[in-house]
Design a protein. Sequence first.
Length: 475
Amino acid sequence: MYRRFSVLIFTLNATSAHSGRSTLRQALRLCLIDGVASSPMSYLWLPGNFIIAALLSEYFHLSEAAYGLVVSLPFWANFLQIFLIPVLERHFPARTINLAAAWLNVIGWLGLTLILSWLPRDRPAVSTPVFIGVFFSFSLLASITGVAWNAWTQEWSPERIRGKYFGYRNGLIQAATVLFLLLVWAVFGLYQGSLLAMQGIFVAAVVLRIWSIIAQHRLHLGVTTLGAAPPRSWREQGRIIWRTRSLIVFIAFGAVWGFAYNSLGPFYPVFMYKQLGLSLAQVCLLIILNTIGAAVTMPTWGRLLDRLGNKSVMAAAILLWQAQYLVWIFLDRGNAWLLYGLWIWNGFTWAGFTLGQFNMLLKLIPPEAKTTAIGLTTAVTSVVTAVAPVLSGAAITWAMQRGFDPMTVYRSAFVIQIAPALLSCLMLLRVQEPKASSLSAVFGAMRNVRTLGAMLGLTFIANYVFVKPVRKISR
């Protein structure tokens, strides 16, 4: 990996002045440090992850309704930042907004780590408002930081190297996330998932985040901005977006899919903790397998996307993704071992959908209305996605309070969730994408044994079994 980064920098140096290339080389290295060191905090601040799910549902016994509300907060924050960022940008540069929000977030996490020892664990009525306020603050600050960081990075990073450089950076971040999850698994296994162990994880994430912010401070000191062309008016951009009907359909698809996914996605850890009796370390291992499954199949999904188009590959990934929930309805404590295969499968299919969604959005966004198109997509999908866990949590809590068996409630929810997911798949197929293959062509390609073996991370086995060895001719 370091060799690839060195080649990238060497290519850049060939077209840069000596002083400029030295400054930019340092900035790119510091940006790598920033991304890797901030990855644990980036994982933790989303309340739907298994660590925060355990904190809220297992340690402090929040109801499903309260938990659903907390999980929805990042999406409300993504919507509100559309109104906050323009106000802040009138008074402060993106650099100042980014760093101020990052430091405030660090202070907030230190405060949460300390108050966990004093919050009553058997009184959800007291702890629930505290968690709602804390995680709303985290979500809003993280959302502001993300927008400001992207705006500032576009100012100093040369466009000609962004794709290769940030692809390399994202790979390192994914690897760092896997290492962080392995650390979490070891710590929770060693200390039996105690609250003290969770506080230790939070402190480690805070220390690494401080390191990343220091790297940002050093990065800001010597880099000159490249500037950007003045954008069109919002009204003009809105007219351009309205004429791009495929983007409108894609935004509608994203809203329906976001509702389907987030209606139950944050509740899977809760189901595994409360109904299947899994420990925090066991769930952590499942998440690690999911991440590894996604990593080993991404190259093959990428080739399928390039060859067959985005929408059909995404639709195939959605159908394969939803097929697993037909198994979830039969899960109990006696066959919970099936989760190991299900979470690996979840990683396989998630990788294809996520890669296709990103590529599709970039393809459909009109360049002359890029800013407004991204903002509109984020706003619409965030609001719908934020409503989903609130409604699901309220429905699950209502059913349990009426005396329904919790296992039956969750199994019914797994089945119901499939309907909006399939509806989103139909909407996706209506998007007009040039040179996209049909859905049947995608499944036809996936029937190929080698393609399937590569998707499962078993290329070496497929090659060994299905490539006929060359026999030596005896003389």
